[in-house]
Design a protein. Structure first.
Lengths: 328, 761
């Protein structure tokens, strides 16, 4: 870890100014991702601005009947919040499916959204990695890529965005609230927060340097039943191989509306819009579910080690839809 | 120096051995006051070393630029091959004698050659760990890279036969005419299984604090077998053995990765001498993957030929293992197969394929852990082919004598273990046809496997002293790697001397104490326990003699039991006297005695009997129809391992072993990137070990047994038995659940999924 200076911010304004003013400055919240990366020399900030104690730790109802979650709300607290549990159960389930109890106690809402990929080559400075060192090449493309993405990738990078929480937020149509260095606030639909790798995998989000996430707004939950299903290699404390967040509203034997997002398969939480539209208004038959599941993985490309994610993704979508519809 | 903390607080007398006595070191462990090597605060303030590893797997360092690191504030010294003190050469890949594997010199930073990825190329020592680590990142290296070899399967033709396997077993064994018997057998199984690279991953990393005083060095480290460790370090440093003292009082797990000297100890000792100041060096978790041992990838071909009624006619077990080019390690993977089942024609062979990695080490049940995954799955496959219950197949092949040595078994309760297990586990619920048991969208299966593990005995000595207050202190360089050694030795000494547990203090983990074989191969309890028992018996004789001498009891009648010590009181005739009172009166200077035991391999009983522990593992698993996720639901182990010295710590040992078996079956694998020669998933987020929610309902049952051939306690090696066969039971349960036989471990969902039909919703 290279030496750095540290400051604790007491207002959003000073925090944003402190980071915006220095190219090698970073926000630090729970530190559960940033500190690991610093120890390995992958992130090398010269200055840390600790935003962990900013008064952004509230979960409040919005006028529209939704919920505003402060960026400093801990993952554990968000998962346990009674309103989240009753009205946004997919979010609570997703949070609890992530990391470990200890990590969730430290991890913040903003930090979770901006956690970086777990691609093991990204974590080893001796390996070529375009995300760490633009232009160096991608060791995962022809290497060990069992955990990697099959959708939305490029030849430059096939890394997955590892957050569970973000997948649930994507299905809930959450909006990310920020304050930019100029002091303006922005509301970014979560689907627009992340960039696909293209030729610039090191540019992961649309945020400017020094732009801070202050919170996430959840609109009122859509009608229907919610669930989050995470498929993983061990029962806890493992990143998703595939995960599915789904909200389905059923009337009689027909789907009225459906929303589906996938995790573990793409560089960002992936909304399966084609699946959603095939389901809307359709009868709940095995054929429809299979077809909708196929659509979720349409265009997916495996890289050898992760080929299994394509059939696994379809099977998981199909069964998750069926089980939610059954209970709806 | 002495640590009083391991004293026990329970009082009372009588027989403690066998009882589920709480761990005497439990309170200090759970309150965080047990001191591990890196935490030892002794001597002047230490400096901190950080190891820099090579970024290539094979080649030479052409240039290494350390100027920037050296000029970094807080940096005290940068050591590379250019300025490291002289060390002996790293010798040949195979040592002349077995024991030299443990005691040979293991130089670090000796020359510019890179022999494996992440091999240490520099040590940066700073006032703080952080300063050292930051400076290490500033070192620039130019390499000349050479192509390395990393594959196993495609290089099987490059395999060679080693002179011996680990622990000195014969490389091959053959009885009868295997080829003929196998080709003539009516029913044949010929299957190849793959087991991956694995890493020990003890909680406590390899870490050392080195303190020199003149020409003497004290090494606080995390080691399992101190006398070997000391010899290895002395050889590396080029100093006489007596100059090195090694201390390991508390150890956060070893699993076989702490038997030999690693870079942390060598570099800490070298740097501390140069700086004239204590130096601490710990490997990071990531560095442990290349620098602290692994289990090598293996391919195993098992061939079983049987008659239609299920009698094995031919048993063949061939193993190909990767091995380090720099130092050979041949895991004894097929050796257990020489003793497990009867078959008139037999063949076991070990072959090695050299790769450019660091040496493999002894990992959790070396031999049986990977070997039983193969053979015990093959037995399951054979049982199905024959239409026999897997337990029945094993019973039909139960030998009367050790099938290759022709000697009787000391004790062998394999059949009893299987039958007891079947009854307790509800084995009758198992459907012989796979894929038949379904609960909702889960497929459920049951599986079983046998367990076998040789009983070893290492040479050991112990000293014991009783003071004027009647307090007993025993000393041995034995270690407690988390297994409960402090506790069972306390029980043994208390029983042998007739004193309460609270009167006994066991001091371990210091080469200033009498030497033992340490912890490894599950021999610790028997070896250290026997030495201590003998020391206590000798001490008791001294107490009795002293009692007689002082009271003028007839010395010509030494055989009579006129003197007893029970519950801390000496009874002479009918007059009891408190031990403390007695000691103050009779031997106020205290009394001392020693005891020892020789290595088992040298004993007549070892030659005359086949000595193994046995058991049977049962598993119930569920497999998700949709995703293929496999989760264990229930595991049962029935164990026949001689007398159990402490029912509680023994159970914990087996629980741990079963958990490792589960890890090996379902998740443990280190991926070697063959392009770069590096282990890719080198941290605990990506190298999956079972976590709490993976570990299901576990049950352990010990069957009544006393092996009087093994040692005075009738106890046999226990700890590693829990691993042996546990993984195979799980793999067999997965097959029973799904009808998909995966022969490539671990059984992750991607391997099962293609065989799982899409089940209607
Ligand atoms: C072993 C392990 C297992 C894990 N398993 C899972 C898992 O299964 N599922 C899962 O979803 N996650 C998992 N995680 C990741 C975990 O969820 C994240 O580390 C955590 O959410 C990050 O939050 P933090 O507050 O600690 O972020 P930090 O480490 O403090 O910050 C992360 C990044 O976000 C930036 N940042 C933080 N807050 C803001 C803000 N308000 N505005 C702008 N930038 C900001 C920081 O500058 C930094 O770049 C795991 C982590 C570990 C270590
Ligand atoms: S997948 Fe992306 S993060 Fe991983 S090595 Fe390739 S470029 Fe780097």
């Amino acid at each position: 870890m290279q030496p750095f200076s540290y400051q604790r911010a007491d207002t959003v304004k000073t925090a944003v100014a402190a980071v915006a003013g220095r190219p090698a400055a970073r926000f630090i919240a729970g530190g559960t991702n940033l500190l690991d990366l610093m120890k390995l020399g992958i992130e090398r900030p010269e200055h840390l601005v600790d935003i962990g104690r900013l008064p952004l730790d509230r979960i409040e109802p919005t006028g529209e009947g939704g919920l505003r979650v402060g960026a400093q709300v801990r993952n554990s607290d968000l998962a346990a919040d009674p309103t989240v549990r009753s009205r946004y159960p997919a979010l609570s389930q997703a949070l609890l499916a992530g990391a470990s109890g200890q990590i969730r106690n430290k991890a913040s809402t903003g930090g979770n959204l901006l956690q970086r990929t777990r691609c093991p080559y990204f974590y080893d400075r001796n390996m070529p990695c375009n995300k760490r060192e633009p232009g160096a090449g991608c060791a995962a493309l022809r290497g060990f890529n069992r955990m990697h993405a099959v959708i939305g990738t490029s030849q430059a990078c096939i890394a997955v965005h590892p957050s569970d929480m973000a997948v649930a937020m994507a299905v809930l149509d959450a909006t990310v609230e920020t304050v930019s260095p100029g002091g303006e606030t922005r509301s970014i639909p979560i689907g627009d927060l992340y960039r696909l790798p293209g030729t610039t995998p090191h540019q992961e989000t649309v945020l400017a340097h020094g732009e801070m996430i202050t919170g996430v707004t959840l609109p009122p939950p859509p009608a229907g039943r919610q669930t989050y299903r995470k498929v993983r290699d061990r029962a806890s404390y493992a990143f998703a191989l595939v995960s599915v967040a789904a909200i389905i509203e059923v009337s009689g034997n027909r789907v009225r509306t459906a929303r589906v997002a996938l995790g573990g398969v793409a560089p960002k939480p992936w909304r399966a819009l084609e699946t959603e539209s095939r389901l809307a208004g359709a009868a709940l038959t095995d054929h429809v579910l299979t077809d909708a599941a196929e659509a979720a993985m349409a265009g997916a490309v495996g890289h050898g080690g992760n080929d299994f994610k394509i059939p696994l993704g379809k099977r998981t979508v199909r069964y998750t839809l069926a089980s939610v519809a059954e209970q709806a | 120096m002495t640590d009083k903390a391991q004293r026990h607080t329970t009082s009372g007398g009588g027989s403690f051995t066998g009882k589920p006595v709480d761990r005497v070191d439990g309170p200090i462990k759970v309150t965080g006051t047990a001191t591990y090597a890196y935490e030892v605060a002794e001597g002047p303030p230490p400096a901190f070393g950080f190891v820099l590893g090579a970024g290539i797997a094979k080649g030479r360092i052409l240039e290494i630029e350390t100027g920037l690191a050296e000029r970094t504030p807080g940096v005290l010294h940068v050591m590379t091959h250019l300025n490291a003190p002289p060390q002996p050469e790293f010798g040949p890949a195979v040592t002349p004698a077995v024991r030299e594997v443990f005691t040979r010199a293991r130089p670090v930073l000796r020359d510019n050659r890179i022999r494996y990825y992440d091999e240490p190329i520099a040590l940066v020592v700073g006032e703080t760990f952080e300063a050292a680590r930051a400076a290490a990142a500033l070192i620039k290296v130019r390499y000349e890279e050479a192509a390395g070899d990393f594959g196993l399967e495609e290089r099987r033709q490059a395999a060679y036969a080693p002179q011996r396997t680990n622990a000195g077993f014969d490389t091959d064994s053959a009885v009868g005419d295997f080829d003929a018997a196998f080709s003539e057998a009516a029913v044949r199984i010929d299957m190849t299984y793959r087991t991956p690279y694995q890493h020990h991953n003890p909680m406590e990393p390899h870490a050392t604090l080195a303190i020199w005083q003149g020409d003497d060095v004290t090494i606080h480290t995390s080691a399992q077998t101190l006398s070997n460790f000391r010899a290895g370090l002395a050889a590396t440093l080029g100093v006489p053995l007596e100059r090195v003292r090694v201390i390991s009082r508390y150890i956060g797990g070893g699993f076989g990765s702490k038997l030999i000297v690693h870079a942390d100890s060598v570099l800490a000792a070298l740097a501390a001498r140069i700086l004239g100041r204590p130096v601490k060096v710990a490997l990071t978790r990531q560095q442990m993957f290349a620098n602290a041992g692994h289990r090598a990838e293996m391919l195993q071909n098992v061939r079983l030929g049987a008659s239609p009624d299920g009698k094995l006619l031919a048993l063949g077990h061939d193993v190909w293992s990767a091995t380090s080019r720099i130092e050979e390690f041949c895991e004894q993977t097929a050796v257990f197969a020489r003793s497990l089942y009867a078959a008139p024609s037999r063949l076991t062979r070990h072959r090695l394929v050299p790769v450019d990695l660091n040496r493999g080490e002894w990992m959790r049940s070396p031999g049986e852990a990977p070997g039983m995954l193969a053979l015990e799955c093959a037995m399951d496959e054979l049982a199905e082919r024959l239409g026999l219950d897997p337990i029945e197949l094993r019973i039909r092949n139960e030998p009367d004598l050790d099938p290759e040595r022709g000697v009787p078994f000391s004790t062998r309760n394999l059949v009893a273990c299987m039958q007891e297990g079947a009854r307790r586990f509800g084995w009758e619920r198992r459907r012989s046809e796979p894929g038949r048991l379904r609960e909702g969208r889960k497929l459920v299966g049951l599986g079983m496997a046998a367990a076998i593990r040789p009983n070893y005995m290492g040479a050991a000595a112990a000293s014991v002293r009783i003071d004027a207050e009647g307090r007993v202190t025993a000393r041995l360089d034995m270690t407690d790697i988390g297994t409960g050694t402090y506790t069972i030795l306390t029980q043994i000494a208390a029983d042998a001397l007739g004193v309460p547990l609270a009167a006994v203090t066991i001091e371990l983990g210091d080469t200033n104490f009498p030497l033992t074989a340490g912890s490894g191969g599950s021999w610790g309890a028997a070896s250290a326990g026997t030495a201590l028992l003998r020391a206590c018996e000798a001490l008791k004789r001294k107490i009795v003699t002293a009692a007689r001498t002082r009271t003028g009891a007839p010395a010509q009648n030494p055989g009579t039991d006129d003197v007893t010590i029970v519950a801390g009181a000496v009874r002479l005739g009918d007059r009891p006297e408190g031990l403390a009172e007695f000691m103050r009166r009779v031997a106020p200077q205290g009394l001392d005695a020693t005891g020892s035991v020789e290595a088992g391999a040298n004993t007549e009983s070892y030659r005359a009997f086949s000595q193994h522990s046995y058991g049977a593992h049962f598993a119930e698993v569920s497999v998700d129809c949709d995703t293929g996720e496999i989760r264990a639901r229930r595991l049962l182990a029935v164990i026949g391992a001689g007398r159990i010295l402490n029912a509680k710590t023994a159970r914990s040992q087996i629980l741990g072993g079963m958990t490792w078996g589960l890890g090996a079956a379902l998740m443990e694998e280190t991926v070697l990137d063959r392009r770069y020669g590096c282990f890719v998933n080198h941290d605990l987020a990506e190298y999956h070990l079972p976590v709490n929610s993976d570990v299901p309902d576990l049950e352990v049952v010990f069957i009544e047994e006393n092996d009087d051939k093994a040692n005075p306690f009738g106890a046999k090696g226990l700890g590693e038995l829990g691993v042996c066969g546990a993984g195979a039971a799980i793999a067999n349960a997965v097959y029973n659940a799904t009808g998909v036989r995966v022969r490539d471990f671990p059984l992750t969902l991607d391997k099962v999924l293609p065989g799982l039909a899409t089940v209607a919703l």
